[in-house]
Ligand binder design. Structure first.
Ligand SMILES: Nc1ncnc2c1ncn2[C@@H]1O[C@H](COP(=O)(O)OP(=O)(O)OP(=O)(O)O)[C@@H](O)[C@H]1O
Ligand SMILES: [Mg+2]
Length: 292
C-alpha cells in the first residue's frame, strides 16, 4: 500500500488512496499502570504507545529535534501500519526544509531514511497536491507556505521546461500557530488571569474552541481569539516579507496550507487554500509515489 506521511510537531498526517487521517505526535513509554487496555508497540527493547493514547502516559518522548524524530520515526511507521492494518507500506515522507538539507548532505541521515521509498521537502507535497487546480504555466513562480503549529515552511519555485526549479526554501522556527496562542494568552483579561498560567497544550484547546468553562459557565473568548489571529497574520506576513523578500507579494501564484491555513485563510487576496489544508503535504507525497 502506498502512503504519504507528514510528521509534524503537532500531528502526524497520513494519506492513502482510500483516506486521510491524523494523530497527535505523542509517544509515551508504556506503563501497565497508566493504560492497560492499549496494546503497546515494542521498539528497541521497550514498549511504547503512540498518538492519542499517549496522553495519559507519565513518561513521554517529545519529538523536539531532528535526531529524536529520526530515532522514533520507525515507531511512528509501526503505528501507522497497525492503524492501516497493513504490513507492507511504500512510504513517501516529507522533511522540513532545514532537515531536508541535512538529509542531502549526510550519508548517515540518508541511511536512516533508506527504508522510505521517497523523501521530499515539506512544501513540495503541497505543490504536487494543488498543481492541477492551480494550472501553473511555463515561467510562472509559485510561493507555497505551510503554516504548522511550531514552524512555518516555505518554498518558492518557478516552472521551467515543465519542471519545478527551486528558487528558495526554508523553515522559520516558532512562527507557527503557536504564536497566535501566545498572543491570545497575553491579551486575555485580568479576571481570567489564572488561564494565562495554563500549560500550552491546555491553552491551545481553549484557543481552538474559543471558549472556556468556569464553574459550569461557558465564557466566550472568540473576540480575543480573533484579535490574536489578526495580530499573528500581520506578524507572519512581515516576517515572510523580510525572509523571502517581495516574492511573497509578487509571485504569480500563492498557496497557503498546513493546519494554520484554517485559521489565517488567505495570506494574499488571490491565495489558493487546498481543502483540508493540513493534509496537503501528505496527499502530495502520495501523489509523488503514484507518479513514479
Ligand atoms: N481542522 C482544523 N481547524 C482549525 N485549526 C486547525 C485544524 N487543524 C489544524 N489546525 C490548527 O493548525 C495548527 C497546525 O496544524 P498542522 O497539522 O499543520 O501542524 P504540524 O504539521 O503538526 O506542525 P509543524 O509543521 O510545526 O511541525 C494546529 O496546531 C491547529 O491549531
Ligand atoms: Mg507541518
Amino acid at each position: 500500500m502506498k502512503v504519504g506521511l507528514d510528521v509534524g510537531f503537532g500531528h502526524v498526517k497520513v494519506a492513502t488512496q482510500e483516506r486521510v487521517f491524523k494523530f497527535p505526535s505523542w509517544i509515551g513509554v508504556w506503563n501497565e499502570k497508566d493504560i492497560s487496555d492499549v496494546q503497546p508497540i515494542s521498539f528497541e527493547g521497550r514498549d511504547y504507545v503512540v498518538g492519542e493514547s499517549a496522553r495519559f502516559c507519565t513518561q513521554r518522548v517529545e519529538l523536539v529535534d531532528f535526531e529524536t524524530l529520526l530515532r522514533y520515526l520507525p515507531l511512528i511507521v509501526e503505528y501507522v501500519k497497525r492503524e492501516l492494518g497493513e504490513e507492507e507500506l511504500e512510504i513517501g515522507v516529507g522533511l522540513a526544509p532545514r532537515h531536508y538539507r541535512r538529509y542531502k548532505d549526510s550519508e548517515e541521515v540518508r541511511k536512516k531514511l533508506s527504508g522510505f521509498e521517497l523523501v521530499l521537502p515539506q512544501g513540495f507535497g503541497v505543490l504536487l497536491d494543488v498543481e492541477d487546480e492551480l494550472g501553473i504555466e511555463e515561467g510562472e513562480t509559485v510561493f507555497v507556505v505551510d503554516i504548522g503549529f511550531n514552524t512555518v515552511d516555505y518554498l518558492l519555485v518557478s516552472k521551467q521546461n515543465g519542471k519545478y526549479f527551486r528558487e528558495g526554501m526554508a523553515t522559520i522556527e516558532r512562527a507557527g500557530v503557536l504564536q497566535a496562542v501566545e498572543t491570545f494568552r497575553s491579551i486575555l483579561p485580568a479576571e481570567l488571569g489564572y488561564i494565562k498560567n495554563w500549560s500550552l497544550s491546555r491553552l491551545v484547546k481553549v484557543f481552538e474552541s474559543g471558549q472556556v468553562n468556569v464553574e459550569g459557565e461557558k465564557i466566550d473568548l472568540k473576540s480575543y481569539r480573533e484579535r490574536a489571529i489578526e495580530t499573528y497574520r500581520t506578524a507572519l506576513l512581515s516576517r515572510l516579507k523580510s525572509e523571502v523578500g517581495e516574492a511573497v507579494l509578487e509571485s504569480d501564484k500563492v498557496v497557503s496550507a498546513g493546519g494554520g491555513a484554517y485559521l489565517l485563510g488567505k495570506l494574499r487576496k488571490d491565495a489558493y487554500v487546498p481543502s483540508e489544508p493540513e493534509f496537503s503535504n501528505a496527499r502530495g507525497f502520495l501523489k509523488a509515489l503514484e507518479l513514479r
